[in-house]
Design a protein around this ligand. Structure first.
Ligand SMILES: N[C@@H](CCC(=O)N[C@@H](CS)C(=O)NCC(=O)O)C(=O)O
Length: 207
């Protein structure tokens, strides 16, 4: 096993580092600073053809989709820890939340962070920002009601679904608009996730 992750602070690559830490797997970390101009160059596109992070290697095998990498790690090297199998009663819920964190929410959270942090102010569009806030809130309201009586999204046990959701909630919290989007239970959930040893180790090592 030879695992290598290219990581940029505050990005989705933290999902991969967090999973590696939760599973206790050895890995090489390559720091890559956020440089959107560099990400468009042929040099970076040789490493990631779509010009983004994360980029993960298991030997020669390259993967560039953060949630897929977390699932790959749990199944291939973690004996299924943090994942669920078809015979498990919460298998469907596991898959739904695992993908909701990126497929369901990633686009809206990306639009939100673009309209609040990434784009220069003169390029921001207020209606786009309001749209992003409304859609993020719509998704987070579903998380809020689903967390009733639960510490984690599937119940008592932490899983990859929490890593998927946790990053996107963290990204929303960086927007400055979190009080319009996150309700009380979801805020506590995010706090609980970022108090885990795995998150602390990941962010201490990776930034
Ligand atoms: N669905 C992909 C999204 C990857 C992605 O959008 N990465 C962002 C950082 S979180 C990026 O590299 N942005 C740089 C850019 O678009 O120039 C994943 O989850 O890995």
């Amino acid at each position: 096993m030879s695992l290598k992750i290219y990581h940029t602070p505050f990005t989705r690559s933290i999902r991969v580092v967090w999973t590696l830490e939760e599973l206790g797997l050895p890995y090489e970390l390559v720091h890559q600073k956020m440089d959107r101009a560099y990400f468009k160059t042929p040099e970076w596109r040789k490493i990631n053809p779509v010009g983004k992070v994360p980029v993960f290697f298991d030997g020669e095998e390259r993967l560039i989709e953060s949630v897929a990498v977390t699932h790959y790690l749990a199944e291939k090297y973690g004996e299924g820890k943090l994942a669920r199998r078809p015979a498990d009663p919460d298998y469907g819920q596991f898959l739904q939340w695992l993908h909701f964190g990126e497929a369901g929410m990633g686009g809206y959270a990306g639009m939100l962070i673009g309209q609040t942090r990434i784009l220069p102010e003169e390029q921001r569009l207020e209606p786009m920002k309001q749209w992003a806030i409304a859609e993020c809130k719509n998704c987070c309201d579903f998380i809020e009601t689903s967390l009733e009586g639960r510490d984690y999204i599937l119940g008592e046990d932490f899983s990859l679904a929490d890593i998927s959701l946790g990053y996107i909630l963290y990204l929303i919290s960086l927007s400055g608009e979190q009080d319009r989007i996150l309700s009380a239970r979801t805020k506590l959930y995010l706090k609980r996730l970022t108090e885990r040893e795995g998150w602390k180790k990941a962010t201490a090592r990776a930034g």
